[in-house]
Design a binder for this molecule. Structure first.
Ligand code: HEC
Length: 458
């Protein structure tokens, strides 16, 4: 647990950061003499290759390519503004509190931001073409990239959404077809890969969430999702989110010895966000599922909880805070968190109150943006291990004032609902539940791993 930041740390952390920023300013100014002027080819291109090209290249989701100097130069001032405000790349985790190590972190470091800002301030020079790094070879997104990992040419099961036509100039659309999986027996999933089915489709598929709807009462009792306790609730939605895909992502490979369990009769309900591609485009999103071979079933099951706040009742021009509490019925490891709010969503924090009373900030999403349904996937060595009885506290802030840029109308009262002009406040929380004995073993194993790592660093 020592790797988690506590409440007490939080105040100290903020103070340190503020002081650090004050001290850093004059130092940077002194260091930024001509000899250190960053150039595109030497300093900026490597950053863009690592943090921007996933989306900013031809035929991907972003409006412009940032691959060559010529393509990038016209956007220099917009780049500076977006990068300095941490609006690009889209990653909305507060850097001063909570867990900071993720498997899918695409944010910039302070140094990288500083380099980009100094490059723009210096007139965005190109630099020596010889410094330009070799072009990134992006994986062919029209093939199944995980298949070779398992010695296959294709996933074991491919599930397709139904086709959707996004007309040129149409507003963003959310497409939610439900399709059967055709499964007649339970199967354990070890990897999931998602892809829009065409190159053009990649221009409009902003994100695609696949929910697994299945009857939880069909699962073995010790593996049943503890949050789905009545069979009626189970039939309505047990199984939780199956996969969450957004631009720049390929899919999810489960942690060792854990997987998702698909039950007979399962259905996939899609939630696909199509943005405008400037021309009529029809697309289907495909889900490629890789199963553990029969007889090699993993020990742990990952399920996805929807833990929300409730009580959304927001007056015009009001900033409203709501809070919800969820008690973990079993011990578990939190794999990932994904806040869900709509256009007035401003921020969300996810904290844990341990049975000892100690409180820990897990993650604080301080600048929520409805365009980006990011799932924050914790790194293996910091994914919070929590004992049975831990209370997860979800706190949501909604901003119904004109200060929130995406707010369509601050004079409206806002209540809960499905439409994007209504509101929601919950986090999708991916948990691997385990027995108390396994929990103790996992905590011990992590202590050993951490100590070994520290010794190796000395
Ligand atoms: C996950 C995909 C993704 C990544 C990674 C990403 N962007 Fe973007 N970017 C977008 C999309 C989509 C838009 C348009 C919608 C929006 O503004 O949110 C955009 C918009 C922008 C804009 C505004 C363009 C305009 O017309 O004014 C800038 C500037 C920008 N990005 C720069 C960057 C830079 C620099 C990086 C890397 C340091 C980066 N982005 C990383 C997807 C991405």
């Amino acid at each position: 647990m020592s790797n988690l930041k506590t409440q007490a740390w939080r105040g100290a952390g903020l103070a340190t950061v503020a002081l650090g920023a004050l001290l850093a300013t004059p130092l940077v100014a002194i260091a930024a003499e001509p000899t250190t002027t960053p150039t595109f080819t030497k300093d900026v291109a490597p950053i863009f290759q690592a943090k921007c090209e996933a989306c900013h290249r031809t035929d991907s989701i972003a409006p412009m390519s940032l691959v060559t100097f010529e393509e990038t130069r016209p956007f220099a001032s917009a780049i500076k503004a977006r990068v300095a405000a941490r609006q690009m790349p889209p990653w909305h985790i507060d850097k001063t509190m909570g867990i900071q190590k993720f498997k899918n972190d695409r944010s910039l470091t302070d140094d990288q931001i500083d380099t980009i800002v100094r490059w723009v301030n210096a007139g965005s020079p190109k630099g020596d073409p010889k410094d330009m790094p070799a072009a990134v070879k992006w994986p062919n997104e029209q093939v199944w990239n995980f298949a070779p990992l398992f010695g296959q040419t294709e996933p074991d099961l491919i599930i397709r959404s139904t086709p959707y036509l996004q007309k040129a100039g149409a507003q963003d659309a959310w497409w939610k077809p439900s399709v059967p999986t055709g499964l007649t027996e339970a199967r354990w999933v070890r990897a999931i890969e998602t892809r829009p089915s065409t190159v053009k489709g990649r221009k409009i598929v902003h994100h695609a969430i696949a929910r697994l709807q299945q009857d939880e009462s069909l699962a073995p009792a010790d593996l049943r999702d503890p949050d789905v306790d009545s069979s009626a609730a189970a039939a309505a939605g047990g199984g939780g989110t199956f996969s969450e895909w957004a631009v720049g992502k390929q899919g999810e490979i489960m942690r060792p010895n854990s997987g998702k369990l698909m039950l007979p009769g399962a259905r996939i309900t899609w939630d696909i966000h199509f943005s405008n591609g400037g021309e009529d485009i029809t697309d289907v999103v495909e889900l490629g599922i890789y199963f553990y071979p029969k007889g090699q079933e993993p020990k742990y099951r990952q399920t996805l909880g929807l833990w929300g706040t409730g009580g959304i009742d927001i007056a015009p021009n009001e900033v409203k805070v709501t809070q919800g509490f969820h008690t973990m019925a079993r011990a578990g490891r939190i794999e990932s968190v994904q806040p869900h709010m709509h256009l007035r969503g401003k921020a969300m924090s996810i904290e844990a109150i341990l049975p000892t009373g100690q409180k820990q900030m897990l993650s604080y999403i301080n600048d929520f943006n409805f365009n980006w349904h990011n799932s924050y996937v914790y790194a293996d060595d910091v994914a919070p291990l929590l004992p049975k009885g831990t209370i997860i506290v979800v706190t949501a802030w909604h901003d119904n004032t004109a200060a929130k840029k995406s707010n369509p109308d601050p004079t409206q009262w806002v209540g809960p609902g499905d439409r994007t002009v209504d509101e929601m406040a919950h986090a999708w929380i991916n948990v691997t539940y385990m027995s108390d004995a396994d929990y103790v073993a996992e905590v011990e194993a992590r202590k050993v791993a951490t100590t070994t790592q520290q010794q190796q660093q000395q």
